[in-house]
Design a protein around this ligand. Structure first.
Ligand code: 13P
Ligand code: SF4
Length: 306
């Protein structure tokens, strides 16, 4: 492992590369990253870097976002198959049909979507700014929200604002076990429950805090409680334990009792693949420039509003 890490660091320097990583990556990747963050923070970091190469350790839509925001950089991803079930739930042709059926609506789209869907949207949002973005739309305007119906429902509850919702969800957050959560809550009665808004309402109803991965991290670090039940992908527990080693963080199992509470796409990235990516500068994110410019507009609107 040490030899691999040394090889990685040597290549990173040679390539003048920056490593951006999401909190759902394996601990070893998180520890090697130059910047760790939620989707919003990663988009901002991608916009501002001076490096020649961005090695994006996350999923495909996140790496595409980096390329949309910073086209002069080479953006590479360790595994091109690192997709996202939520992004896949909104194919661009179906989304366009939905848009044509709602000509008077403002289209707010969660960042977990393809570049083509971003290009058809009016404003992008992430889990850390969705409420603010929805509140920014004048009250007399109707809203269509895609692709995450659970995040959409949560925002409707928070804002009281009616929205048309796309029928999409994340295969990880949808299926955390409610029974498992109740059992953990009974076993750890003082633990606070911190949840990601991609979870369905029946799970969010138990939560003491609902927020993005960065929101969950900040809440747990700033709160005096010593135990927390973490209702999101357990990769974030690496960062929680690193920053608050005296506190206890408990993951919630999947409804089937398997390890599907881990995002299978995020976990495709490995140190071995990161080394190959830096050696070959592949797989690279390539975007059609017209599409990129159309997708840039709603992303910049989001960054201005948040
Ligand atoms: P965050 O923006 O909260 O990091 O969420 C991204 C994601 O894909 C959650 O499943
Ligand atoms: Fe997509 Fe869900 Fe994985 Fe997040 S956890 S990247 S929403 S599949």
């Amino acid at each position: 492992m040490d030899a691999q890490i040394n090889r990685f660091l040597e290549l990173k320097k040679q390539r003048n590369a920056i490593v951006l990583a999401h909190y759902y990556q394996d601990g070893v990747i998180q520890d090697l990253a130059d910047f760790l963050g939620d989707s919003l923070a990663l988009a901002r970091a991608a916009q501002n870097t001076e490096a020649d190469v961005i090695l994006f350790c996350g999923v495909h839509f996140m790496a595409e976002t980096a390329k949309i925001l910073n086209p002069s950089k080479k953006v590479i991803i360790p595994d091109m198959n690192a997709g996202c079930s939520l992004a896949d739930s909104a194919p661009a042709e179906k989304f366009l049909k939905w848009k044509l059926e709602h000509p008077e609506h403002i289209f707010i789209t969660y960042i977990n979507c393809s570049t083509a869907v971003k290009a058809l949207s009016d404003i992008i949002c992430t889990s850390s700014n969705a409420e603010k973005i929805v509140r920014s739309v004048p009250a007399d305007k109707k809203i269509c929200f895609a692709p995450d119906k659970f995040l959409g429902r949560h925002i409707i509850k928070q804002t009281g604002r009616e929205m048309e919702l796309w029928e999409g969800s994340c295969q990880v957050h949808e299926y955390f076990s409610e029974i498992g959560l109740m059992k953990l809550s009974k076993e750890h009665p003082t633990a606070l429950i911190l949840a990601h808004p991609e979870c369905p309402e029946n799970l969010l109803n138990y939560a003491d805090y609902v927020g993005s991965t960065t929101g969950i991290l900040e809440f747990a670090l700033n709160n005096d409680n010593m135990e927390f039940i973490i209702l999101t992908e357990p990769g974030i527990i690496h960062q929680l334990e690193k920053n608050a080693s005296s506190k206890r963080f408990i993951p919630v199992p999947h409804a089937n009792g398997c390890s599907c509470n881990e995002c299978p796409y995020m976990k495709l990235n490995t140190l071995e693949k990161m080394i190959v990516s830096l050696e070959t500068l592949q797989p690279e994110i390539i975007l059609d420039d017209n599409l990129r410019l159309q997708a840039l507009k709603p992303l910049l609107t989001m960054l201005e509003l948040s």
